[in-house]
Design a protein around this ligand. Structure first.
Ligand SMILES: NC(=O)C1=CN([C@@H]2O[C@H](COP(=O)(O)OP(=O)(O)OC[C@H]3O[C@@H](n4cnc5c(N)ncnc54)[C@H](OP(=O)(O)O)[C@@H]3O)[C@@H](O)[C@H]2O)C=CC1
Ligand SMILES: Nc1nc2c(ncn2[C@@H]2O[C@H](COP(=O)(O)O)[C@@H](O)[C@H]2O)c(=O)[nH]1
Length: 325
């Protein structure tokens, strides 16, 4: 089994068919909607909040609201629908979450997207919740995860998930691999490849994306969508206070299983870091789009599908040639 990660892969160019990168279409159909880019900010408290979710929805970008302000989820769906925007929420697997699904159905508030967001998604608890959501909210597009194996993908798909999310421990603020010895950290791209070969429905790759080129590589290895935390952290619009340290500006980024999120030291599998302030997230999205347009042009096409079959080489740890960006 070839094992590699983003920094070990380079995609091989094909003859260009466009005269300008601006001709290239980076949009993707994901579930019932089409979005400008195959990227989604991680459903984490330091990455997405309600104002940002509204902005993403209003501007045709996919988003997944986090699940850590439990009682705000039903009113959030209502508010988004009143504004004519799609609703995309996260749930865990505890009994309160089962009740929320019934409350949403009884109030006729049908989120367009629901994500089951737990650390170890290849679990009977997740399969049971998939059945429950499909019974009460069959029209919602249901994403389930996280998993790291073809078996995990197949079992969640067979239970009724409309998409699966792949990535155990490759995240920037993740310490799962250190605390437990398990995960796809360091070989996320190879794990995505294995999972995508087994999948019959879309896959979201989650964690480990460090550069815009990694988005193109994810599409090459089977992702329909890329969930991104650290690259989206630290913006003007990112939740959390701006922190000044030694004359430099930062924002904090912490794991959803960190003590900062949990308020306890039990089963901690995440840490906190400071991310240098990056300015406006709109500018980052534009740059991501331009870089992805360029990737597609190198692939020899004018839509995302051109990336799906492009050749690649494995060149271990070669990407930066010793240079930092
Ligand atoms: N993608 C990744 O690699 C990881 C992501 N995370 C993120 O952290 C957040 C918290 O995740 P999570 O702890 O699942 O959420 P919760 O704290 O809501 O836990 C969900 C349920 O799953 C149980 N559970 C959690 N981990 C395991 C496990 N390894 N084996 C068996 N049962 C388990 C919990 O019980 P109990 O706590 O009693 O065991 C609880 O009942 C999520 O947002 C998740 O995405 C966390 C770790 C890894
Ligand atoms: N093991 C842990 N993984 C976590 C935690 N909180 C979030 N995450 C995962 O990381 C990605 C984002 O990764 P990045 O490399 O883009 O920064 C996120 O979507 C989750 O899947 C955590 O506490 N522990």
């Amino acid at each position: 089994m070839p094992v590699f990660d983003y920094e070990d892969i380079q995609l091989v160019p094909n003859k260009c068919i466009v005269n300008s990168r601006s001709e290239v279409d980076t949009s993707v159909q994901f579930g019932p909607r089409r979005f400008k880019l195959p990227v989604v900010p991680a459903n984490m408290q330091t990455i997405i909040d309600e104002p940002l979710a509204e902005w993403f929805a209003a501007n045709d970008y996919f988003y997944v609201m986090h699940r850590f302000d439990e009682e705000s989820r039903l009113p959030f769906v209502k508010k988004m629908h009143e504004k004519g925007l799609f609703a995309s929420i996260s749930v865990g697997v505890k009994p309160r979450e089962w009740a929320l699904i019934e409350e949403l159905a009884n109030a006729d508030l049908i989120p367009e997207y629901i994500t089951i967001d737990v650390a170890h998604g290849h679990a009977q608890s997740v399969i049971d919740l998939i059945h429950h959501i499909k019974k009460w909210l069959p029209e919602s597009f249901l994403i389930a995860g996280n998993v790291g194996t073809p078996e995990g993908v197949r079992e969640l798909e067979n239970a009724g998930a409309d998409a699966t999310k792949v990535g155990i421990g490759p995240g920037k603020v993740c310490i799962t691999k250190i605390k437990t010895g398990f995960g796809t950290g360091g070989w996320q791209l190879a794990a995505l490849r294995l999972c995508a070969k087994a999948a019959s429905k879309p896959i979201i790759t989650d964690g480990g994306i460090r550069t815009h080129g990694d988005i193109a590589k994810s599409v090459r290895f089977g992702a329909s969508m890329c969930m991104i935390g650290s690259l989206f952290a630290g913006h003007k619009q990112s939740p959390g206070d701006l922190i000044e340290k030694d004359g430099q500006l930062f924002k904090s980024y912490f794991g959803s299983a960190s003590e900062y999120q949990k308020g306890s030291h039990t089963n901690v599998e995440g840490k906190k870091m400071l991310v240098p302030f990056k300015g406006n997230i709109h500018d980052t999205l534009i740059e991501m789009q331009q870089d992805l347009q360029s990737s597609i042009s190198y692939a020899g096409g004018n839509t995302l599908s051109a990336l799906e079959k492009v050749d690649y080489v494995i060149v271990k740890n070669s990407i930066f040639n010793g240079d930092a960006l």
